[in-house]
Ligand binder design. Structure first.
Ligand code: ZN
Ligand code: ZN
Length: 786
């Protein structure tokens, strides 16, 4: 166990705290010889920092909010409201359940109450969130505010009413893109008086979707300018690194960040936990396998229920959640059969009344332990628990705290445990608690200059109002400079747009290009997932990732429910599946080749024989097989697949090393491919620590001699056409990123490489060759040179 970081204030001695005594109970169940606890942090209780309502706040708004239970604002709410009221664009980036909404409600309500003509627009990434916020505002019962929904579920008559009468419209980017902006003439009076644009949960706008939303907001801003308004943007975000930077990139305006959280919090004990490597199980190439996070969580759940602690365990799949609940119930049955009945699994798809019943049972203590998929993150009101177990890092700090934040209530201490699973990022986090508990390192990335996003967005913009010279005059212009002009030129060459002296025009006024543009896809086409027996459409998957996630035999999870793919037809964009919960998971493996298309010249001479570059590449990848594995990590078999190769034009970050450096460090030529390959795998695993993304958003390739660089090279590339900003973030954060990669490899106690460090579940080369020690040498050379 490592010491707590010095920055945590002094806490009462152990065992006088509830969180600590629960942790002691969990530790008492650890088998002799195992030492899974890697770190304990005591997060102190925080007193609320309440301030007075600002003087400008409208008295009716203040009294309505007071009736809704908000008696005085917390400091961060007031600070954000103050900035917004003063016309400054602001992003409020504070923790889960810190009441970020008040930060925009106060200035928006005040504006609507003071100026009977003012309007406001609220945008949420999900319908459920927008509906919750609308319900709250409507419930305030303020005369004249006239809040109304404008989303896919809104009927035509209600849409008309919203357009003509509503003053605060609750919508989403999809509606803005498809309806509101293309028909802006009908919304002219609304846009003319638009005072505020609220972007809730704006960290959801990342990657390709985020890049589309960024351009969508620029389309909104130019139309507002045409109608004579310049709305103030108010954004709410999870805590990410440099929120003002991501918010400014998203909106295209300068945004000020408010990050000092003044909301109260109960004390929590946070434990980081790494299940042991097991002797009896072997994974691929004989690598050791850890006890699964779900199995470990099941045992802990039982121990906590015995203590009477109301506990929620988050497990990644529904099947996993059921196994965890079963394991806990079985353990409890041996101690006290009545306790076994107080543990349950929660599945997505519960009816609202079943959810309420579950909430009530957990609240009353009738139910003590629940294992759930993260579907429970949405739409259920469970907070103030005694303990939360997170089995496997959920990918982002925001999700982790969304889950862990359900533990603890005022005056009552609680326990949060992160149980690592077989993954280099999990390994890194349990050994580097500061990355999880200290300042955030991950940022939201998006790239509004991606030509694959710019092209359809500029066509939409031109159809709404001709794109002018000034809008693409320089890098700081609305749509950017050179890249946007190049895209416009190619749209003219393709006959999509027409160039006239006054700008770029959409030549077919009766058609609206927005209907054809999918802002949530990558532009690689969509594959529709259909349940074969019922004909029910489950969803769509990006064409680029379909071979990896929807190949025949793949276990496909949809909202936590498991399906198995029978057929994938890429030509028709169709995948047929059937519901099935097999006892294994699948992971596709692909072989990748990368060709450098264009890389800007290196400014400085290569530092000590190492260069790091960012540039355009062509990635050719082919899914060649998939692996079936038991939940324990044990490999059942590798199944070959026959799928076509795919080509992707995207962005990559890569480094090259002079061969002599490798030789000088004692790495003989035969070891170089395995060393680079292992370093590549771990680097892909760790990039999500710096750029909010998941492993399907990025890929990589390594070789001891690359034809384009003429040297040993490791590439990490974006997984979407044109790139989404991930490789770029890796390039800018190359030193911390590769340092974390090195530490994750060195920190794993396996002898020669395992899934927790250098093995990758999607490696098309069967995870050979891999040289764990060699990877550390490679990364040391690179880091020394940088
Ligand atoms: Zn390992
Ligand atoms: Zn590989």
């Amino acid at each position: 166990m490592s010491a707590c970081p010095g920055s945590w204030p002094a806490v009462p001695p152990r065992a006088s705290r509830r969180g600590d005594s629960l942790l002691d109970r969990v530790l008492a169940g650890v088998a002799p010889g195992e030492s899974p606890l890697t770190h304990v942090a005591a997060l102190p209780a925080q007193e609320a920092r309440e301030v007075d309502w600002p003087g400008w706040a409208h008295p009716s708004a203040v009294s309505a909010l007071g009736r809704a239970g908000l008696r005085r604002p917390w400091s961060h709410q007031a600070e954000a409201a103050e900035l917004a009221h003063g016309g400054r664009h602001v992003v409020l980036a504070t923790g889960t359940a810190s009441g970020k909404s008040l930060g925009y409600q106060l200035p928006v309500l005040t504006a609507l109450l003071e100026d009977p003509k003012a309007t406001a627009l609220y945008l949420a990434p999900t319908k459920a969130l927008g509906a919750d916020q609308l319900r709250f505002v409507t419930g305030l019962g303020l005369d004249g505010v006239r809040a109304a929904p404008f989303d896919g579920d809104t009927g035509l008559a209600e849409r008309d009413w919203a357009r003509t009468h509503a003053r605060w419209v609750f919508s989403n980017p999809d509606m803005l893109h498809r309806t509101l902006l293309p028909r802006h003439a009908r919304w002219g009076h609304f846009l003319r008086r638009l005072r505020y644009v609220v972007l809730d949960e704006c960290h959801a706008y990342r990657g390709v979707f985020g890049s589309h939303v960024a351009l969508l907001l620029r389309r909104l801003r130019r139309l507002c300018a045409r109608y004579g308004s310049a709305p103030t943007f108010v954004l709410a975000s999870a805590t990410v690194s440099r929120p003002e930077e991501s918010a400014s990139r998203l909106t295209g305006v300068d945004v000020t960040a408010v990050t000092e959280d003044g909301s109260p919090r109960g004390a929590r004990t946070v434990a980081l936990w790494e299940p042991p490597l097991l002797d009896e199980l072997r994974g691929e190439n004989g690598a050791p396998v850890r006890r699964s996070a779900g199995a470990e969580a099941g045992r802990m759940l039982a121990d906590l229920v015995v203590e009477g602690a109301r506990t929620l365990a988050f497990v990644r799949s529904r099947r996993g959640a059921e196994l965890t609940a079963q394991r806990a119930a079985r353990a409890l049955a041996e101690i006290d059969p009545s306790l076994a009945e107080r543990v349950s699994a929660y599945r997505a798809g519960f009816l609202p009344e079943e959810r309420r019943a579950l909430e009530a049972a957990l609240d009353s203590g009738e139910l003590l332990g629940v294992a759930s998929t993260n579907a429970l993150e949405l739409g259920i009101d469970v907070i103030g628990l005694d303990a939360v177990l997170v089995a496997g890092f959920p990918g982002t700090r925001a999700s982790f705290w969304q889950q862990g934040g359900r533990a603890g209530r005022a005056g009552r201490e609680a326990l949060v445990v992160l149980v690592a699973r077989d993954d280099p990022l999990d390994t890194y986090l349990v050994h580097h608690p500061d990355a999880l508990l200290g300042r955030p390192v991950e940022g939201c990335v998006l790239d509004p200059t991606n030509p694959y996003v710019l092209a359809p967005q500029l066509a939409c913009a031109a159809a709404e109002s001709p794109v002018t010279e000034a809008e693409v005059a320089s890098e700081s212009a609305l749509f950017g400079g050179e890249r946007a002009r190049a895209v416009l030129d190619s749209l003219v060459a393709d006959g999509v747009l027409r160039r006239r002296p006054a700008g770029w025009f959409w030549p077919r006024p009766s058609e609206r290009p927005a209907a054809e543009v999918d802002i949530r896809g990558s532009g690689a086409g969509q594959v529709v997932v259909v349940e074969a027996d019922t004909g029910r459409m489950l969803g769509t998957v990006d064409g680029g990732t379909a071979p990896a996630t929807l190949h025949p035999g793949a276990v496909y999870l949809h909202r936590g429910v498991s399906f198995v793919v029978d057929e994938l037809n890429l030509t028709d964009g169709l995948a047929l599946v059937h519901a099935e919960e097999p006892d294994w998971t699948t992971s596709a493996r692909s072989v990748v080749d990368v060709a450098v298309v264009d890389a800007p010249p290196v400014e400085a001479p290569p530092a000590g024989g190492v260069t790091v570059r960012l540039g355009d590449v062509t990635v050719t990848s082919q899914v060649v097989s998939y692996l079936r594995r038991r939940p324990s990590g044990e490999v059942i078999e590798t199944v070959p697949l026959d799928l076509p190769a795919q080509t992707l034009h995207t962005r990559a970050v890569w480094y090259t090393i002079e061969e002599s450096l490798l030789a000088d460090a004692g790495l003989e030529p035969a070891r170089v491919p395995g060393a680079l390959h292992a370093a590549e795998h771990a680097a892909i695993g760790l990039l999500p620590l710096f750029a909010v993304c998941d492993r399907w958003d990025i890929g990589g390739m390594s070789t001891a001699l690359h034809p384009d660089t003429g040297m040993p090279t490791v590439f990490v590339h974006d997984g979407h056409p044109g790139g989404a900003g991930f490789a770029e973030r890796g390039y800018h954060d190359v030193v911390p990123w590769l340092t974390a990669t090195r530490d994750a490899i060195a920190g794993c106690e396996c002898p020669a490489g395992c899934p927790s460090c250098v093995q990758s579940p999607k490696c098309g080369n069967g995870n050979t060759p891999l040289d764990k020690a060699g990877a550390v040498i490679v990364l040391d050379i690179v880091l020394a040179a940088l």
